[in-house]
Design a protein around this ligand. Structure first.
Ligand SMILES: NC(=O)c1ccc[n+]([C@@H]2O[C@H](COP(=O)([O-])OP(=O)(O)OC[C@H]3O[C@@H](n4cnc5c(N)ncnc54)[C@H](OP(=O)(O)O)[C@@H]3O)[C@@H](O)[C@H]2O)c1
Length: 267
């Protein structure tokens, strides 16, 4: 696909940095990054320390907000001169489209707003980003998909409630998988393996199973059944894990709690 249009990236930490690296790999028109800590950006791009230092004659196609959600209004107010003519893509967890638009209006500008919810595998280009907007047409949507696809897959949802659901699955999901890795590692050690071996086995098993899931056309349940001989060793473990009050109900409770928290934090 073509080179990406210009971006004004505000905040280049974990998430902004992952996107920035993806865009550099892809190639993007001369862009500007606002960040207090980043050391440099390759030419022809520019790095500034604060919004006030963004060149006045820079007209970004996208403004991507990747700072912490607190202080969103102040950040948008500082960006007011660069908002007109741009699409505002917000990575800010819990900041609704309505509050982002209200902040833009308070800054005297009305522009299309897109909410995006990435996850941490974006750092290696293997992320999933959920996206939602009610302000853009099909060609703007395609441009946003191109922008976000620099770090993985992009899934558009129909409303902000679905963005909450997506957050509890793919946004938080890496933490669930890392917890599984921790627990498998602990069990390996409890059954006599060294820390190094248990760690390697847990990680490679999850990474390999993930790669298999990503490439196999089979349903997850089929892949599970394929490694479960009746009455065998795996079957014994799954009997415990799949009991109604074990993983199925525990995960249901966990996702419900996460969704409730996401709704509480939404402003
Ligand atoms: N990490 C994730 O998995 C994830 C997933 C989904 C969504 N998000 C969202 O992504 C956003 C960014 O998260 P993150 O983890 O990438 O945060 P982060 O690592 O703290 O990155 C933000 C960067 O922007 C800098 N910054 C903030 N305000 C600035 C300003 N006014 N001028 C110059 N630099 C400024 C910060 O510097 P200081 O530290 O000095 O403020 C920091 O270097 C959050 O809103 C979060 O909700 C993150």
């Amino acid at each position: 696909m073509n080179m990406l249009p210009s971006v004004l990236l505000v905040g280049c930490g974990n998430m902004g940095g992952a996107l920035w690296n993806g865009w550099l790999r892809e190639g993007l028109a001369p862009s500007v990054v606002v960040d207090r800590h980043l050391e440099s950006v390759p030419t022809p791009h520019r790095l500034v320390r604060k919004a006030e230092d963004i060149p006045a004659d820079f007209h970004p196609h996208f403004i991507v907000l990747a700072v912490k959600p607190a202080g969103m209004e102040t950040t948008i107010a500082a960006l007011a001169p660069w908002l007109p003519g741009s699409l505002l893509v917000s990575m800010l967890a819990g900041r609704t489209g309505a509050s982002l638009k209200a902040a833009c209006e308070k800054a005297g500008k009305v522009i299309p707003v897109i909410r995006a919810m990435p996850n941490t595998p974006s750092a290696i280009g293997k992320g999933v980003t959920g996206a939602f907007s009610e302000d853009i047409d099909n060609s703007q949507r395609a441009e946003c998909t191109h922008l976000l696809a620099a770090v993985g897959k992009v899934a558009w949802v129909e409303n902000e409630e679905q963005l909450v659901a997506l957050t509890t699955i793919s946004g938080c999901g890496p933490a669930y998988v890392f917890l599984l890795a921790e627990l498998l590692e602990r069990e390996g050690q409890r059954h006599g393996l060294s820390h190094e071996l248990a760690r390697m086995l847990a990680r490679e098993t999850i990474a390999g199973s993930g790669a298999l899931l990503a490439t196999s056309p089979e349903e997850s349940a089929t892949l599970r059944k394929n490694v479960t001989s009746p009455n065998g060793v795996t079957a014994k473990a799954l009997e415990v894990l799949m009991a109604a009050d074990a993983w199925p109900q525990t995960l249901e409770r966990a996702i419900d709690q996460a969704a409730q928290r996401a709704r509480e934090l939404a402003v």
